[in-house]
Design a protein around this ligand. Structure first.
Ligand code: FES
Length: 127
């Protein structure tokens, strides 16, 4: 089930490769129910706005290619579940605020800023 959102909120994607920032405003009634990632996840929000985030496993939490780093607004994301925590152990460049975009569901409690690392973009292109 998608997270219930009472208000509009913003997600800023800082995409290292090719180097740009994209703001996406999510309205409470936006469906965010695509096929890739958890309903309401950062991956769904990104894909709905044509923000490039690689997601080799299709958004089921099995590959780690959708690794993003939360720069601001951790309170705006539901906590990671066991599947996400297990997969995060395998990602390159793990940080304290690393998340899997396909599993991190935005609750709308706060605006969020995430960095999309360049290594994920490069790895998918070479693979
Ligand atoms: S897309 Fe594979 S873990 Fe997120």
């Amino acid at each position: 089930m998608p997270a219930h959102r009472d208000r509009a909120f913003r997600v800023r994607f800082v995409v290292e490769q090719p180097g740009r920032e994209i703001d996406v405003v999510v309205q409470p009634d936006d469906p965010l129910d695509g096929n890739d990632g958890e309903p309401g996840s950062l991956l769904q929000i990104a894909l709905s706005a044509d923000v490039p985030i690689d997601h080799a496993c299709g958004g089921v939490g099995a590959c780690g290619t959708c690794h993003v780093i939360v720069l601001e607004g951790e309170a705006g994301l539901a906590p990671p579940d066991a599947t996400e925590e297990d997969q995060l152990d395998n990602v390159m460049g793990l940080t304290r605020t690393s998340r899997l975009a396909c599993r991190a569901v935005a609750t709308g409690a706060a605006d969020v800023v995430v960095r999309v690392p360049s290594w994920n973009r490069n790895a998918a292109k070479e693979g």
